[in-house]
Design a protein around this ligand. Structure first.
Ligand SMILES: [Fe+2]
Ligand SMILES: [Fe+2]
Ligand SMILES: [Fe+2]
Length: 439
């Protein structure tokens, strides 16, 4: 049997779902993955987290029951997911008046709806996200007005605008009058008066304002929410990783299918190396999430045609730091965090961001580094064709010779190059199809 055919069969076999399970705490997972959606150049801005805190107060004020409260909070924590790939657009959304004609505030709500609808774990939140900027008096693209707009969306709308009107540089407790006035009169015709009344009632509590700015509460918030209606299996975790990889790959048209290809190539190498089924599964997940920290990098830098200046290089290089810092917080995901986030570390200790070397880099991390380079060199980019295989081989062998990446894994990569190339070509053609072009 030709080697490429044999490898393709092996590769197809490892795409099956894992039989065994590992435990995923929903509280921990929700907290961590929503932080990723709020990544900014200088860390995490807590917009969605704080919006969810306000929603919780409003829900309690109107006596909302479980599991509706849980759906509301889940939607609030991800309500701007449609804007997550576009850091510049997020800045505008967080600063502009919602109906400012410079930006279609509805676009990210619709994008978020589409993303969530396709996700097995969060599809129940899709409608709430779709309408979170719909105005009570109508004139919305959805054609909805008044009580047609889902209650979850009406609550998120008020909470979102209240959060945005708060200045991060001042204590929230000193801003209560300004924020209440903004909600009362700043958005005529936008809000459900019953929701505004519930917001005003909540705002009389000092704890409401103090909870907003308290980082200790941000952690406890999730412990105080009853997530008992939510559970995640390892299959769900893979689906969530796929959802995030879609968002990550949207950050730049230059790398529109990169995460999926890296995931598949890394899983192929792990399988060939003799990793267990469980480990291959974790490798798939790590590949999908390896560039998660790119959500902290402005699109203008990711897509800059010319040479990057030193500050821009520093910002690009922070992406693996955030990949690690986000993933390390998920229980039982330490292995995935290391495999995913160390792909720019090098064996000679001159990589980034932790400057790890040799024995500090596990086999899984070395595999990810090789898979990432192979995919980057062979994938179709709008500004260049895929590199020829003999050139790819030369570059990778030179990197191995200069102690950047593992020579043993480069050998394995070269043995599997035809299969790996099929994986990358397949992703490329799907991307071109989606763009309405032919390859
Ligand atoms: Fe929004
Ligand atoms: Fe928002
Ligand atoms: Fe990367």
């Amino acid at each position: 049997m030709p080697v490429a055919v044999y490898l393709l069969i092996r590769y197809t076999a490892v795409q099956g779902e894992l039989m065994s399970s590992f435990s995923i705490n929903p509280v921990n997972l929700m907290h961590t993955m929503t932080l990723a959606l709020d990544l900014a150049v200088d860390g995490v801005n807590m917009h969605q987290q704080r919006t969810a805190v306000i929603c919780k107060y409003i829900a309690e004020q109107i006596g909302m029951k479980q599991p509706d409260k849980q759906t509301l909070l889940c939607a609030a924590l991800m309500h701007d997911i449609g804007a997550a790939p576009y850091l510049e657009e997020r800045r505008l959304i967080y600063s502009a008046y919602p109906h400012d004609d410079k930006i279609s505030i509805y676009r990210h709500a619709e994008d978020g709806y589409q993303l969530l609808l396709d996700s097995q774990c969060f599809s129940h939140t899709a409608e709430a996200v779709r309408h979170h900027h719909d105005r009570w008096q109508g004139g919305n693209p959805s054609g909805f007005s008044g009580a047609d707009i889902p209650l979850f969306s009406r609550i998120i709308h008020v909470a979102d605008r209240a959060e945005i009107s708060m200045h991060t540089s001042r204590p929230t407790s000193a801003q209560c009058e300004m924020v209440c006035e903004n909600i009362r009169t700043g958005h005529p015709g936008s809000f459900d008066q019953d929701v505004v009344d519930a917001f005003m009632a909540s705002s009389r509590l000092e704890s409401f304002w103090l909870d907003m700015n308290n980082t200790l509460y941000a952690v406890n918030f999730h412990n105080n929410v009853d997530w008992s209606y939510t559970s995640f299996t390892d299959r769900d975790m893979l689906n969530i990783a796929k959802l995030y990889s879609t968002i990550i790959d949207r950050t730049s048209r230059f790398t529109a299918t990169h995460s999926r290809s890296v995931s598949r190539v890394a899983a192929l190498l792990a399988d060939l190396y003799g990793f267990s089924r469980q480990e291959v599964y974790l490798m798939r997940m790590a590949g999908l999430l390896h560039d998660l920290g790119k959500l902290s990098v402005p699109n203008a830098i990711l897509e800059k045609p010319g040479k990057l200046d030193p500050d821009e290089v520093r910002i690009i290089r922070q992406h693996t730091y955030y990949t690690y810092r986000i993933l390390e917080q998920i229980d039982n995901m330490e292995t995935v965090a290391c495999w995913a986030a160390y792909h720019h570390e090098t064996l000679d200790g001159k990589g980034y961001p932790f400057h790890l070397r040799d024995e500090q880099l596990s086999l899984g991390s070395r595999i990810m580094a090789v898979a990432d380079i192979f995919v980057a060199l062979t994938e179709n980019r709008p500004y260049r064709k895929p590199m020829k295989m003999d050139k790819v081989e030369k570059i990778m062998r030179t990197m191995a010779d200069s102690n950047k990446i593992s020579g043993r894994i480069v050998e394995l990569m070269m043995d599997a190059r035809d299969t790996a190339n099929c994986i990358v070509r397949d992703a490329d053609s799907k991307m071109l199809e989606a763009l309405g072009q032919s390859s």
